[in-house]
Design a protein around this ligand. Structure first.
Ligand SMILES: C[S@@+](CC[C@H](N)C(=O)[O-])C[C@H]1O[C@@H](n2cnc3c(N)ncnc32)[C@H](O)[C@@H]1O
Length: 322
Protein backbone atom coordinates (compact mmCIF):
# COMPACT_ATOMS: atom_id res chain seq x y z
CA UNK A 1 0.00 0.00 0.00
CA UNK A 2 1.22 3.55 -0.82
CA UNK A 3 1.68 5.55 2.42
CA UNK A 4 2.28 9.31 2.47
CA UNK A 5 5.09 10.67 4.66
CA UNK A 6 4.23 13.31 7.30
CA UNK A 7 5.64 16.04 5.03
CA UNK A 8 3.58 14.81 2.05
CA UNK A 9 0.46 14.77 4.23
CA UNK A 10 1.09 18.37 5.32
CA UNK A 11 1.56 19.50 1.70
CA UNK A 12 -1.59 17.61 0.62
CA UNK A 13 -3.63 19.33 3.37
CA UNK A 14 -2.10 22.74 2.55
CA UNK A 15 -2.97 22.25 -1.15
CA UNK A 16 -6.52 21.14 -0.33
CA UNK A 17 -7.10 24.12 2.00
CA UNK A 18 -5.70 26.63 -0.52
CA UNK A 19 -7.81 25.25 -3.38
CA UNK A 20 -10.93 25.25 -1.18
CA UNK A 21 -10.27 28.84 -0.03
CA UNK A 22 -9.57 30.23 -3.49
CA UNK A 23 -12.71 28.51 -4.83
CA UNK A 24 -14.85 30.48 -2.36
CA UNK A 25 -16.61 33.77 -3.10
CA UNK A 26 -15.15 35.98 -1.71
CA UNK A 27 -11.79 34.22 -1.68
CA UNK A 28 -10.02 33.38 1.56
CA UNK A 29 -6.92 31.60 2.84
CA UNK A 30 -6.33 30.20 6.36
CA UNK A 31 -3.96 32.25 8.53
CA UNK A 32 -2.39 29.12 10.04
CA UNK A 33 -0.32 28.88 6.83
CA UNK A 34 1.57 32.11 7.57
CA UNK A 35 4.04 30.11 9.61
CA UNK A 36 7.18 28.58 8.10
CA UNK A 37 10.71 29.49 9.27
CA UNK A 38 10.38 32.90 7.53
CA UNK A 39 6.84 33.44 8.88
CA UNK A 40 7.94 32.52 12.43
CA UNK A 41 10.77 35.09 12.15
CA UNK A 42 8.42 37.76 10.78
CA UNK A 43 6.00 37.09 13.63
CA UNK A 44 8.86 37.58 16.13
CA UNK A 45 9.59 40.93 14.40
CA UNK A 46 5.88 41.86 14.67
CA UNK A 47 5.94 41.08 18.40
CA UNK A 48 8.87 43.48 18.83
CA UNK A 49 7.52 46.26 16.60
CA UNK A 50 6.30 49.49 18.23
CA UNK A 51 2.74 49.42 16.84
CA UNK A 52 2.00 45.84 17.91
CA UNK A 53 0.89 46.33 21.52
CA UNK A 54 -0.57 42.81 21.96
CA UNK A 55 2.63 41.00 22.97
CA UNK A 56 3.84 43.79 25.28
CA UNK A 57 0.50 43.81 27.14
CA UNK A 58 0.48 40.05 27.68
CA UNK A 59 4.19 40.04 28.50
CA UNK A 60 3.44 42.58 31.26
CA UNK A 61 0.86 40.14 32.67
CA UNK A 62 3.27 37.19 32.48
CA UNK A 63 6.23 39.03 34.02
CA UNK A 64 4.41 41.03 36.71
CA UNK A 65 1.79 38.50 37.80
CA UNK A 66 3.77 35.29 37.24
CA UNK A 67 3.56 34.01 40.81
CA UNK A 68 -0.17 34.71 41.04
CA UNK A 69 -0.79 32.84 37.76
CA UNK A 70 1.52 29.96 38.75
CA UNK A 71 -0.32 29.54 42.07
CA UNK A 72 -3.76 29.83 40.43
CA UNK A 73 -3.05 27.00 37.98
CA UNK A 74 -1.17 24.66 40.32
CA UNK A 75 -2.53 24.95 43.86
CA UNK A 76 -4.30 21.76 44.96
CA UNK A 77 -3.93 20.14 41.55
CA UNK A 78 -1.18 17.52 41.94
CA UNK A 79 0.75 16.52 38.82
CA UNK A 80 -0.72 17.80 35.54
CA UNK A 81 -0.17 18.05 31.78
CA UNK A 82 0.43 21.70 30.82
CA UNK A 83 -0.69 21.75 27.20
CA UNK A 84 0.17 24.89 25.23
CA UNK A 85 -1.71 25.45 21.95
CA UNK A 86 0.40 27.35 19.38
CA UNK A 87 3.30 28.30 21.72
CA UNK A 88 5.42 30.12 19.09
CA UNK A 89 8.71 31.07 20.74
CA UNK A 90 7.27 30.51 24.29
CA UNK A 91 8.55 33.96 25.25
CA UNK A 92 5.59 34.54 27.60
CA UNK A 93 4.88 31.01 28.79
CA UNK A 94 8.57 30.56 29.64
CA UNK A 95 8.10 32.90 32.65
CA UNK A 96 5.26 30.74 33.92
CA UNK A 97 7.17 27.49 33.28
CA UNK A 98 10.14 28.89 35.23
CA UNK A 99 7.94 29.91 38.17
CA UNK A 100 6.32 26.44 38.26
CA UNK A 101 9.75 24.75 38.23
CA UNK A 102 11.02 27.12 40.98
CA UNK A 103 7.99 26.19 43.09
CA UNK A 104 8.68 22.46 42.67
CA UNK A 105 5.36 21.91 40.82
CA UNK A 106 5.27 18.56 38.97
CA UNK A 107 4.01 18.92 35.39
CA UNK A 108 4.59 17.63 31.87
CA UNK A 109 4.83 20.43 29.26
CA UNK A 110 3.02 19.55 25.99
CA UNK A 111 3.48 22.25 23.31
CA UNK A 112 1.39 21.70 20.14
CA UNK A 113 2.28 23.77 17.08
CA UNK A 114 1.64 23.55 13.37
CA UNK A 115 5.08 24.97 12.62
CA UNK A 116 7.79 22.31 12.51
CA UNK A 117 10.40 25.02 13.15
CA UNK A 118 8.60 26.08 16.34
CA UNK A 119 8.56 22.52 17.67
CA UNK A 120 12.21 21.96 16.73
CA UNK A 121 13.17 25.26 18.41
CA UNK A 122 11.37 24.28 21.62
CA UNK A 123 12.95 20.82 21.70
CA UNK A 124 16.45 22.15 21.17
CA UNK A 125 16.32 25.29 23.36
CA UNK A 126 13.89 24.76 26.23
CA UNK A 127 15.77 22.01 28.14
CA UNK A 128 18.85 24.30 28.26
CA UNK A 129 16.83 27.38 29.25
CA UNK A 130 14.71 25.57 31.83
CA UNK A 131 16.75 22.67 33.29
CA UNK A 132 14.55 19.89 34.65
CA UNK A 133 11.57 20.58 32.39
CA UNK A 134 9.76 17.51 31.07
CA UNK A 135 8.58 18.06 27.46
CA UNK A 136 6.34 15.95 25.18
CA UNK A 137 5.93 18.13 22.10
CA UNK A 138 3.45 17.50 19.29
CA UNK A 139 3.65 18.79 15.73
CA UNK A 140 0.30 19.46 14.07
CA UNK A 141 -2.97 21.38 13.99
CA UNK A 142 -4.34 21.78 17.50
CA UNK A 143 -7.94 21.76 16.21
CA UNK A 144 -7.35 18.23 14.97
CA UNK A 145 -5.48 17.20 18.12
CA UNK A 146 -8.16 18.14 20.65
CA UNK A 147 -9.79 14.67 20.54
CA UNK A 148 -6.45 12.96 21.11
CA UNK A 149 -6.00 15.13 24.23
CA UNK A 150 -8.92 13.53 26.03
CA UNK A 151 -7.64 10.00 25.39
CA UNK A 152 -3.92 10.89 25.75
CA UNK A 153 -3.38 10.56 29.51
CA UNK A 154 -5.35 10.39 32.77
CA UNK A 155 -3.45 13.36 34.24
CA UNK A 156 -5.27 16.58 35.05
CA UNK A 157 -4.98 19.09 32.23
CA UNK A 158 -4.13 22.77 32.18
CA UNK A 159 -4.50 24.32 28.72
CA UNK A 160 -2.55 27.46 27.77
CA UNK A 161 -3.77 29.35 24.73
CA UNK A 162 -1.93 32.67 24.73
CA UNK A 163 -1.43 35.62 22.45
CA UNK A 164 -4.52 36.31 20.54
CA UNK A 165 -4.71 32.73 19.17
CA UNK A 166 -8.49 32.45 19.68
CA UNK A 167 -8.82 35.93 18.23
CA UNK A 168 -7.65 34.43 14.93
CA UNK A 169 -11.06 32.80 14.57
CA UNK A 170 -14.37 34.50 13.68
CA UNK A 171 -16.64 34.61 16.80
CA UNK A 172 -18.84 31.64 15.74
CA UNK A 173 -15.74 29.51 15.13
CA UNK A 174 -14.30 30.65 18.47
CA UNK A 175 -17.47 29.42 20.25
CA UNK A 176 -17.21 26.09 18.43
CA UNK A 177 -13.50 25.73 19.17
CA UNK A 178 -14.05 26.45 22.87
CA UNK A 179 -16.96 23.93 22.89
CA UNK A 180 -14.68 21.29 21.30
CA UNK A 181 -11.95 22.17 23.78
CA UNK A 182 -14.39 21.75 26.68
CA UNK A 183 -15.46 18.34 25.30
CA UNK A 184 -11.84 17.19 25.27
CA UNK A 185 -11.44 18.07 28.98
CA UNK A 186 -12.76 16.59 32.23
CA UNK A 187 -14.52 18.42 35.05
CA UNK A 188 -11.93 20.37 37.07
CA UNK A 189 -9.40 20.77 34.20
CA UNK A 190 -8.50 24.39 33.58
CA UNK A 191 -7.79 26.74 30.70
CA UNK A 192 -5.73 29.95 30.67
CA UNK A 193 -6.70 31.84 27.54
CA UNK A 194 -5.61 35.21 26.11
CA UNK A 195 -8.12 37.66 24.62
CA UNK A 196 -7.35 41.04 23.09
CA UNK A 197 -9.85 43.59 24.41
CA UNK A 198 -11.72 46.31 22.51
CA UNK A 199 -9.93 49.67 22.68
CA UNK A 200 -9.32 52.80 20.58
CA UNK A 201 -9.93 51.61 16.98
CA UNK A 202 -6.92 53.62 15.73
CA UNK A 203 -4.58 51.72 18.07
CA UNK A 204 -5.98 48.39 16.88
CA UNK A 205 -5.69 49.21 13.19
CA UNK A 206 -2.11 50.47 13.52
CA UNK A 207 -1.10 47.18 15.17
CA UNK A 208 -2.03 45.26 12.01
CA UNK A 209 -0.70 47.79 9.52
CA UNK A 210 2.59 48.84 11.12
CA UNK A 211 4.75 51.64 9.67
CA UNK A 212 7.71 49.31 9.19
CA UNK A 213 5.70 47.06 6.82
CA UNK A 214 6.38 43.88 8.81
CA UNK A 215 2.70 42.82 8.88
CA UNK A 216 2.60 43.40 5.14
CA UNK A 217 5.56 40.99 4.66
CA UNK A 218 3.94 38.49 7.04
CA UNK A 219 0.71 38.53 5.01
CA UNK A 220 2.58 38.20 1.70
CA UNK A 221 4.54 35.25 3.16
CA UNK A 222 1.46 33.11 2.65
CA UNK A 223 1.80 33.60 -1.12
CA UNK A 224 5.54 32.94 -0.86
CA UNK A 225 4.83 29.62 0.90
CA UNK A 226 2.30 28.67 -1.78
CA UNK A 227 4.88 29.41 -4.43
CA UNK A 228 7.73 27.51 -2.69
CA UNK A 229 5.85 24.55 -1.22
CA UNK A 230 2.89 24.03 -3.57
CA UNK A 231 4.74 25.19 -6.70
CA UNK A 232 1.89 27.67 -7.19
CA UNK A 233 2.44 29.92 -10.18
CA UNK A 234 1.69 33.46 -8.97
CA UNK A 235 3.10 36.97 -9.09
CA UNK A 236 3.59 38.33 -5.55
CA UNK A 237 4.13 41.86 -6.87
CA UNK A 238 0.47 41.82 -7.98
CA UNK A 239 -0.73 41.75 -4.33
CA UNK A 240 -0.81 44.30 -1.52
CA UNK A 241 -1.59 44.01 2.19
CA UNK A 242 -4.76 45.76 3.43
CA UNK A 243 -6.24 45.79 6.91
CA UNK A 244 -9.52 47.14 8.31
CA UNK A 245 -11.02 47.30 11.82
CA UNK A 246 -14.77 47.42 12.42
CA UNK A 247 -15.50 48.84 15.89
CA UNK A 248 -19.10 47.54 15.71
CA UNK A 249 -18.18 43.85 15.35
CA UNK A 250 -14.69 44.05 16.92
CA UNK A 251 -13.24 42.30 13.84
CA UNK A 252 -9.84 43.41 12.54
CA UNK A 253 -9.32 41.73 9.15
CA UNK A 254 -6.31 41.45 6.84
CA UNK A 255 -6.56 40.93 3.11
CA UNK A 256 -4.31 40.40 0.13
CA UNK A 257 -5.68 42.71 -2.54
CA UNK A 258 -4.87 42.20 -6.23
CA UNK A 259 -3.42 45.45 -7.59
CA UNK A 260 -4.07 44.30 -11.19
CA UNK A 261 -5.75 41.43 -13.01
CA UNK A 262 -3.80 38.30 -12.15
CA UNK A 263 -4.11 34.56 -11.56
CA UNK A 264 -2.85 31.83 -9.25
CA UNK A 265 -2.20 28.41 -10.78
CA UNK A 266 -1.92 25.34 -8.58
CA UNK A 267 -1.47 22.10 -10.51
CA UNK A 268 -4.31 21.99 -13.02
CA UNK A 269 -6.38 24.62 -11.16
CA UNK A 270 -6.39 28.27 -12.26
CA UNK A 271 -7.87 30.98 -9.99
CA UNK A 272 -8.39 34.33 -11.70
CA UNK A 273 -8.43 37.56 -9.70
CA UNK A 274 -9.58 40.83 -11.16
CA UNK A 275 -8.06 44.18 -10.17
CA UNK A 276 -8.93 45.06 -6.51
CA UNK A 277 -10.34 41.61 -5.78
CA UNK A 278 -9.32 40.56 -2.28
CA UNK A 279 -8.34 37.36 -0.50
CA UNK A 280 -9.26 37.46 3.21
CA UNK A 281 -6.29 35.98 5.10
CA UNK A 282 -6.66 36.80 8.79
CA UNK A 283 -9.06 37.94 11.48
CA UNK A 284 -8.01 39.32 14.87
CA UNK A 285 -11.24 39.49 16.83
CA UNK A 286 -11.45 41.89 19.79
CA UNK A 287 -13.74 41.20 22.76
CA UNK A 288 -15.29 42.94 25.76
CA UNK A 289 -14.94 41.30 29.19
CA UNK A 290 -18.72 40.65 29.18
CA UNK A 291 -18.48 38.80 25.83
CA UNK A 292 -15.59 36.69 27.15
CA UNK A 293 -17.62 35.66 30.20
CA UNK A 294 -20.54 34.72 27.92
CA UNK A 295 -18.25 32.48 25.86
CA UNK A 296 -17.08 30.69 29.03
CA UNK A 297 -20.56 30.15 30.48
CA UNK A 298 -22.05 29.07 27.12
CA UNK A 299 -19.42 26.32 26.91
CA UNK A 300 -19.64 24.88 30.44
CA UNK A 301 -16.60 26.70 31.80
CA UNK A 302 -16.64 28.61 35.11
CA UNK A 303 -14.54 31.81 35.03
CA UNK A 304 -12.30 31.68 38.12
CA UNK A 305 -9.72 34.41 37.64
CA UNK A 306 -8.84 37.31 35.36
CA UNK A 307 -5.42 38.86 34.74
CA UNK A 308 -5.18 42.12 32.78
CA UNK A 309 -2.33 44.52 31.98
CA UNK A 310 -2.24 47.95 33.62
CA UNK A 311 -4.10 49.62 30.69
CA UNK A 312 -6.71 46.84 30.49
CA UNK A 313 -5.94 46.31 26.80
CA UNK A 314 -5.47 42.54 27.10
CA UNK A 315 -6.86 39.81 29.34
CA UNK A 316 -5.73 36.30 30.26
CA UNK A 317 -8.74 34.51 31.71
CA UNK A 318 -8.68 31.38 33.87
CA UNK A 319 -11.63 29.04 33.44
CA UNK A 320 -12.44 25.72 35.08
CA UNK A 321 -14.36 22.98 33.24
CA UNK A 322 -17.72 22.54 35.06
C1 LIG B 1 0.35 34.34 16.67
S1 LIG B 1 1.50 33.11 17.14
C2 LIG B 1 1.33 33.19 18.90
C3 LIG B 1 2.42 32.51 19.62
C4 LIG B 1 2.29 32.53 21.15
N1 LIG B 1 1.09 31.85 21.62
C5 LIG B 1 2.32 33.93 21.67
O1 LIG B 1 1.36 34.33 22.31
O2 LIG B 1 3.30 34.64 21.47
C6 LIG B 1 0.59 31.71 16.70
C7 LIG B 1 1.31 30.38 16.92
O3 LIG B 1 0.32 29.35 16.79
C8 LIG B 1 0.73 28.42 15.78
N2 LIG B 1 -0.51 28.01 15.12
C9 LIG B 1 -1.35 28.79 14.38
N3 LIG B 1 -2.43 28.07 13.99
C10 LIG B 1 -2.25 26.82 14.51
C11 LIG B 1 -3.02 25.62 14.47
N4 LIG B 1 -4.19 25.58 13.84
N5 LIG B 1 -2.55 24.53 15.11
C12 LIG B 1 -1.34 24.56 15.76
N6 LIG B 1 -0.58 25.67 15.83
C13 LIG B 1 -1.02 26.77 15.23
C14 LIG B 1 1.71 29.15 14.90
O4 LIG B 1 2.62 28.28 14.28
C15 LIG B 1 2.39 30.08 15.92
O5 LIG B 1 3.47 29.44 16.56
Amino acid sequence: MFVLTEKENIIAQFTQDVIAGLSMTPKRLPSKYFYDAKGDGLFRDIMACKDYYVTRCEMEIFTEQTEKIARAISTGRGEFDLIELGPGDCSKSKHLLQALLNNGVRFNYVPIDISYDVIQGIESNLPGDLPGIQISSRHGDYHQMLKALSSGSDSRKVILNLGANVGNMPSEQCYKFIGDLRNSLSKGDIVLMGFDLVKDPKIIRAAYDDDEGITREFNLNLLRRMSNELEADLDISKFEHYCSYDPVTGACKSYLVAVGDTSIDIGAERFKLSRYESIWTEISQKYTLAQIEDIALANAFQPINLFTDSREWFADVLWEAK
